[in-house]
Structures are given as structure tokens and as C-alpha cells.
Design a protein around this ligand. Structure first.
Ligand code: GTP
Length: 217
């Protein structure tokens, strides 16, 4: 008898925890950061999650992730952000993380042309494994540096051709990093709430609130 009572008690406690955990946020979104090794994916995550930066370069092994909660557009949002390894040898592991992602953030380094040239293959890989039509943002990181080799106009054209949003930012100074994640979240909220509401025939202009520096094609 005591065993049954204990099972009921434990299940009830677990259920209460589950309900409390559910009340923690209105929407949970899974984001994935991809791009060549050294472009600054881990630093962007560190900046957004802890408002910190490190000069040291410790390559990610496989994948890492962090949560960050925020209030965006009047909603409690929880972002689960996966930081994937850019090194080629981890590519088979990282492709698994496209599945189930709500949004993908492609990162290159504005001072490293090759990392921008590789954007096409990162996008092709994502299109192969991720949900069709998934929101994508292309990010030129290290905007604090003066030795850029990729122009913002190149980024704009590439984003237009690939139906993606784009932004330049700096994990070092923090410039536009919050905008990057929060605009992705706004876009995802609009998509999810449109899906949840009965179709009224109205179109949702999801880019309406995007600030000028965060542009879309
Ligand atoms: P992998 O884990 O190998 O895929 O690399 P990653 O893309 O995660 O690169 P990481 O964040 O580790 O950064 C690589 C190097 O770039 C580090 O030395 C950082 O300090 C530097 N870095 C990252 N972001 C910036 C930035 O915005 N500006 C400048 N100047 N340096 C940056």
C-alpha cells in the first residue's frame, strides 16, 4: 500500500513541477549557430547569454548549448541556443542539430573572405536537413574590426538571393548582438502565433518591427 501511495505522491510532485516549468515561458525556441571555425559563434553566445567576451579561442568540440530567457513583444520567451563546432571533423554531428530547429543563424567573419564564401555550402546543408521555410539570419561578425574584407553590400546581396535576413554585429563590443537574437525571436513568435490562430485571411508582416540596421531583402 505504501508503495502505491509513494508512486502517486511522486507522480503528483513530478506533474506539479512539469506544470510549473511550463508556466515559465510562453514560447520555447531552439536556435542553431553555424559557420566556419573561428568566426565567433561561441563568443556571440557568450555575449548574449552572459554579456561577456573572451579573446581566447577555444574551438568548440561537437556542440554546446545555453538557455536565455527574455521578454519580447510582451511574451516570455525561452531561447535554447545550440553552438555547433565549425571544424570540418564535427560536421556529421552538427548536421543532426538542424532537425527540430526553429531558426538558424549563419555566422561568418567580415575580415575572413573564405568564411563568407563558405556561406553557400552552410545554407545548402541547412536546406537539406532543416524544416523547409525555417527562418534564417546571416550574420557578419567582428564589425568592430577595421580590416574588413567583406562589404556589407556583399552580405545584403547574398541575403537577398537566399531569402534570408542579415545583420552585422560584434561579439567583442556587443553591438547589435541583442538585436540579432531578439529579432529572430520576434520573427518566430509571429510565425508561431500565426500558426496557432484561426486563419483570418490577413497576412502577418513579420519584418515590420525590424530596426533599420537589421535588414531584410
Ligand atoms: P569554433 O568553435 O571552432 O567553431 O569557433 P567559433 O566560431 O565558436 O569562434 P570563437 O567564438 O571561439 O571565436 C574565435 C576567435 O575570434 C576568438 O579569439 C575570439 O576572441 C574572436 N572573436 C569572436 N568574436 C569577435 C568579435 O566580434 N570581434 C573580434 N575582434 N574578435 C572576435
Amino acid at each position: 500500500m505504501n508503495i502505491y501511495l509513494s508512486i502517486i505522491y511522486n507522480s503528483t510532485i513530478k506533474y506539479i513541477h512539469y506544470k510549473m516549468a511550463k508556466r515559465d515561458y510562453d514560447h520555447l525556441f531552439k536556435l542553431v549557430l553555424v559557420g566556419d571555425s573561428g568566426v565567433g559563434k561561441s563568443c556571440l553566445l557568450l555575449r548574449y547569454a552572459d554579456d561577456a567576451f573572451t579573446e581566447s579561442f577555444i574551438s568548440t568540440i561537437g556542440v554546446d548549448f545555453r538557455f536565455r530567457s527574455a521578454e519580447i513583444s510582451g511574451k516570455r520567451i525561452k531561447l535554447q541556443i545550440w553552438d555547433t563546432a565549425g571544424q570540418e571533423r564535427f560536421r556529421t554531428i552538427t548536421t543532426a542539430y538542424y532537425r527540430g530547429a526553429d531558426g538558424i543563424i549563419f555566422v561568418y567573419d567580415i575580415t575572413h573572405k573564405e568564411s563568407f564564401d563558405h556561406m553557400s555550402s552552410w545554407l545548402a546543408e541547412a536546406r537539406r536537413y532543416a524544416t523547409p521555410g525555417i527562418p534564417m539570419i546571416i550574420v557578419g561578425n567582428k564589425s568592430d574590426r577595421t580590416d574588413r574584407v567583406v562589404l556589407e553590400s556583399d552580405l545584403k546581396k547574398f541575403a537577398q538571393d537566399n531569402d534570408a535576413l542579415y545583420i552585422e554585429c560584434s561579439a567583442r563590443t556587443g553591438d547589435d548582438v541583442k538585436d540579432l537574437f531578439e529579432n529572430m525571436a520576434k520573427r518566430l513568435i509571429a510565425i508561431r502565433e500565426k500558426d496557432e490562430k484561426p486563419d483570418t485571411g490577413e497576412t502577418v508582416d513579420i519584418d515590420r518591427h525590424i530596426p533599420a540596421r537589421f535588414a531584410c531583402c
